[in-house]
Design a protein around this ligand. Structure first.
Ligand SMILES: Nc1nc2c(c(=O)[nH]1)N[C@H]1C(S)=C(S)[C@@H](COP(=O)(O)O)O[C@H]1N2
Ligand SMILES: [Mo]
Length: 322
């Protein structure tokens, strides 16, 4: 519990340039950290797998902020984002944080396989230490029309692709979440097609924005965010950002994702954010910003068109926005 008394190290990182416009955001991050620290003085819950303090990669946090990814919104407070999660492995509602305490994140292997020169199974800590960690402020837009802004920590997906050395025949990357109904009560709901699966084209996976996340709010991921490794794809609806990944396969055929299996007419492969293409059952024109009580217009590619619009040129016939 030594960490309880330590000052949040974000507070004293003067080495990070602090442009005026991110100052408020950094204050919000501090608010989030303070809340996190408070929760560590609560007595440990019976059966709790581990606290963030026990994480073997704790020394890597906080990572330096990559200032390339600017944000014009306040960071969602950590205590809000960590109590409002979609993680169907732990229930089909948002208050899954407590249930997700039964997720055991060590030992944890990540298997890289398929059409690659270098298939390999990484122990998660070996993988995290092999990759260059950085923090990024990203906006997140759920297909359910709520949004948040989060300070993720992680590494570019492109670095992992590079390490795997894919063959020319690899056209897609397929991601898979763990499968263990003993550890995840939601996976006992047999009508869902477990495990959760997602997919990207190679071009998407190597786009600079595709980010493999290992931490948030300046600390290793808490379970409810999809520890110990999840994706963040800020230009796509949130369901593409798969959590608690155990397997990454390079494949020739387009993977069929979890939600696509359940409702192909509502949740497609591409799932790029577009305010002008409604979900069959609701509008995507606006979004409810978590915590603020505000509703704001949704942006094409969630505001990341500069980085990703080029990926979809000449693909007008595809269902890019569902
Ligand atoms: N394995 C898995 N990954 C998942 C989900 C899930 O239910 N299971 N939900 C998705 C959805 S719909 C969203 S909006 C985001 C939510 O991430 P957050 O809880 O960190 O906000 O995770 C995505 N990744
Ligand atoms: Mo979502």
């Amino acid at each position: 519990m030594a960490n309880v008394h330590r000052r949040p190290s974000w507070a004293v990182r003067e080495s990070l340039a602090t442009p005026e416009h991110v100052f408020m955001n950094r204050r919000s991050i501090l608010t989030g950290l303070a809340a996190g620290a408070a929760s560590t003085i609560m007595p440990p819950l019976a059966g709790r797998a581990q606290s963030a303090e026990a994480d073997p990669t704790l020394d890597l946090y906080p990572a330096k902020l990559n200032e390339t990814y600017k944000i014009d919104r306040d960071i969602t407070p950590g205590e809000v984002a960590s109590q409002y999660n979609n993680f169907y492995e732990y229930g089909s509602h948002k208050q899954i944080a407590r249930a997700a305490e039964s997720l055991k994140t060590r030992p944890w292997d990540v298997e890289i396989d398929g059409l690659v020169e270098k298939p390999k199974t990484f122990a998660i800590d070996e993988l995290i230490r092999a990759m260059p960690l950085e923090a990024r402020l990203y906006r997140h837009r759920c297909v359910e029309a709520w949004s948040m802004t989060v300070p993720w920590t992680g590494f570019p997906m492109a670095k992992l692709v590079e390490a795997a050395a894919p063959l020319a025949s690899a056209k897609y990357v397929r991601f898979e979440t763990f499968l263990d109904p003993d550890m995840a009560s939601g996976q006992r709901q047999v009508w869902y097609p477990w495990p959760y699966v997602e997919g990207l084209t190679m071009e998407e996976a190597t786009n600079e924005l595709a980010f493999m996340v290992t931490g948030v709010y300046g600390k290793p991921l808490k379970n409810q965010f999809g520890a110990p490794l999840r994706l963040a794809l800020p230009w796509k609806y949130g369901f593409k950002s798969i959590k608690s990944v155990v397997k990454i396969s390079f494949v020739e055929k387009r993977p069929v994702s979890f939600w696509e299996q359940i409702a192909p007419s509502e949740y497609g492969f591409w799932a790029n954010v577009n305010p002008e293409v409604p979900h069959p059952r609701w509008s995507q024109a606006q979004e409810r910003v978590l915590h603020t009580g505000e509703t704001v217009p949704t942006l094409l590619y969630n505001g990341y068109g500069e980085q990703v619009a080029g990926l979809y040129q000449g693909m007008e016939g595809e269902a890019l926005f569902m």
